[in-house]
Design a protein around this ligand. Structure first.
Ligand code: FES
Length: 169
């Protein structure tokens, strides 16, 4: 029994064949699985463990290590605000506070309508363009609260139009 689509199951087979050690496919499988389901429920963990002939505990340990992997559903748009040193010096904290106020949620919470979730994160590799925010797979840089409002407005509109941004091709 699998919670994944047939096409993703096929992709898993290709990933596992790509590496000399099948276990090396674990992280990409988790990322693709999360992309499809929105998070990694127990059924997803069990299926990936089965495919890799690993224990569910071993899979959960890897999920626990990577902050981008989630055991709980996130919003359609997962807003990750960097407050690490470069962003902190250029207003990252203010952006985080602004998001909390604007969205009415705290760190690692999801809005009631499920459109946005919010997370304070460590460096996302955009230090030269701080302060930076990542929404799903989209990067937004050199932000001010006003510019961030415009960006969140655009995502809100997309959610209303039934689209989903930042998905992998
Ligand atoms: S410190 Fe924020 S992107 Fe590096």
């Amino acid at each position: 029994m699998t919670p994944f689509s047939q096409s993703l199951e096929q992709k898993f087979q290709e990933l596992m064949a790509r590496y000399p050690a099948r276990r090396s496919a674990l992280v990409p499988m988790l990322i693709y699985g999360q992309d499809e389901l929105g998070y990694l429920p127990p059924a997803a963990i069990a299926r990936i463990a089965e495919l890799l002939d690993e224990s569910e505990m071993a899979v959960r340990e890897v999920i626990g290590y990577y902050s981008m992997l989630r055991l709980q559903p996130a919003g359609t748009y997962h807003v990750q605000v960097c407050t690490n040193i470069s962003c902190l010096l250029r207003g990252g904290d203010e952006l985080m506070e602004h998001c909390q106020h604007r969205l009415g949620i705290g760190n690692r919470e999801t809005t009631k309508d499920g459109v946005f979730s919010l997370e304070e994160v460590e460096c996302i590799g955009a230090c030269s363009w701080a302060p930076a925010v990542q929404v799903n797979y989209d990067f937004h840089q050199e932000l001010t609260p006003e510019r961030l409002d415009q960006i969140l407005d655009a995502y809100q509109q997309r959610a209303g139009a039934g689209e989903r941004a930042g998905e992998r091709a």
